[in-house]
Design a protein. Structure first.
Length: 277
C-alpha cells in the first residue's frame, strides 16, 4: 500500500529521490524531447544544402540541435540559480572561495539534496537518453560525448538516490550555459556562411565556454579533492569507488574540449595552412 501511495503522490513523482520517481520522470522527459524534436522537424523551414549534404539531412541535424539548445537554455540557468540561492549550495560556494578545506570535506559530498536537483537531474538524464537514441543521426560520431552521456545516465540517478554530490551535479548542469552558442553558431554557418555574425557567435561561444567551464575549474577540482570521496566512512565502498572514478571525468572532458576549441581557433586564424572550418 505504501508503495502504491508513493507512486500516485505527485510531490514524490516530481521531487522524489527514490528509484521509481526517478525512472518515471526520466521516461517523461525522454518522451518530452522526442515530441519537441518531431515538432521542430515537422514545422521548421527547409535548410539550405551543404557541399556534401541534402537540405533534408541539414534540417534533421538542426532539429536535433534544437533539442540540445532547449535542454541547455533550461538546465544551465536553473542550475546556476540553484547554486547561488539554495542555502546549502551557497555555503559550499563560500567555502570554495575561501579554500576552506575542512569545511569542504564536511559538507560538499554529504550535503542533503538541493530542492532543484531531483527535477533537474532527471530532466538532463532524460535528454541524454534521447540524445543517445538519436546519435545515429548526428552530424558526426563523438566518442567523448557518448561516454559523457552513458556515465551521466548511469551515475547521476545513483548519486541522486543516495543524496550525494548535489553540488557537483548542479555545477555540471550549470556548465551547459555555454552550449546554446555552439549550436546557433552551426545554424548561422549553415544558413548564412562564415560572415560577421558567425565570427561574433564563435567569439561568444569561446568566451562562455571559458567562463563557465574553465575559469571555475580550479574551484571544482579543489572541491573534488576536498570531498575525499575515497575515504568517507559514511559511504559504502562501492559508492566510494564509483564517485572517485567518475566525478573527475566532466572536468577532464572540459579540458579536452578546450584543447579542441584552441585548435579550431588556430585553423580559423591560420587559413593558409588549413581550410577554414
Amino acid at each position: 500500500m505504501e508503495f502504491i501511495t508513493s507512486i500516485v503522490d505527485m510531490d514524490n513523482i516530481i521531487f522524489g529521490t527514490e528509484i521509481i520517481p526517478i525512472i518515471i520522470r526520466t521516461i517523461f522527459f525522454v518522451i518530452f524531447f522526442d515530441i519537441q524534436f518531431r515538432l521542430i522537424h515537422l514545422l521548421w523551414p527547409t535548410m539550405p544544402k551543404s557541399e556534401k549534404h541534402t537540405p533534408d539531412k541539414m534540417r534533421l541535424w538542426w532539429s536535433i540541435k534544437c533539442s540540445n539548445v532547449l535542454h541547455a537554455v533550461i538546465i544551465g540557468p536553473v542550475a546556476t540559480y540553484a547554486i547561488f540561492t539554495d542555502e546549502k549550495m551557497v555555503a559550499i560556494v563560500t567555502n570554495l572561495r575561501e579554500w576552506d578545506f575542512p569545511a569542504i570535506y564536511e559538507t560538499i559530498l554529504m550535503t542533503q539534496e538541493s530542492y532543484f536537483c531531483p527535477a533537474l537531474v532527471t530532466f538532463s538524464v532524460g535528454f541524454f537518453v534521447w540524445d543517445l537514441i538519436y546519435s545515429k543521426h548526428a552530424e558526426s560520431f563523438e566518442f567523448l560525448m557518448v561516454l559523457h552521456h552513458v556515465i551521466s545516465i548511469l551515475v547521476w540517478p545513483i548519486a541522486l538516490n543516495n543524496g550525494l554530490a548535489n553540488f557537483f551535479l548542479l555545477s555540471f548542469m550549470a556548465s551547459e550555459l555555454s552550449s546554446p552558442f555552439i549550436h546557433v553558431r552551426w545554424y548561422i554557418r549553415s544558413k548564412y556562411g562564415q560572415g560577421m555574425a558567425w565570427i561574433l557567435m564563435t567569439l561568444i561561444f569561446i568566451l562562455a565556454f571559458i567562463v563557465v567551464r574553465i575559469v571555475v575549474l580550479p574551484y571544482i577540482l579543489f572541491g573534488l579533492y576536498g570531498a575525499q570521496t575515497w575515504r568517507h566512512p559514511e559511504i559504502p565502498l562501492w559508492l566510494q569507488i564509483l564517485s572517485t572514478s567518475t566525478l573527475y571525468l566532466p572536468s577532464l572532458f572540459n579540458i579536452w574540449w578546450m584543447w579542441f576549441i584552441i585548435k579550431m581557433c588556430m585553423r580559423f586564424l591560420c587559413p593558409s595552412k588549413k581550410k577554414k572550418q
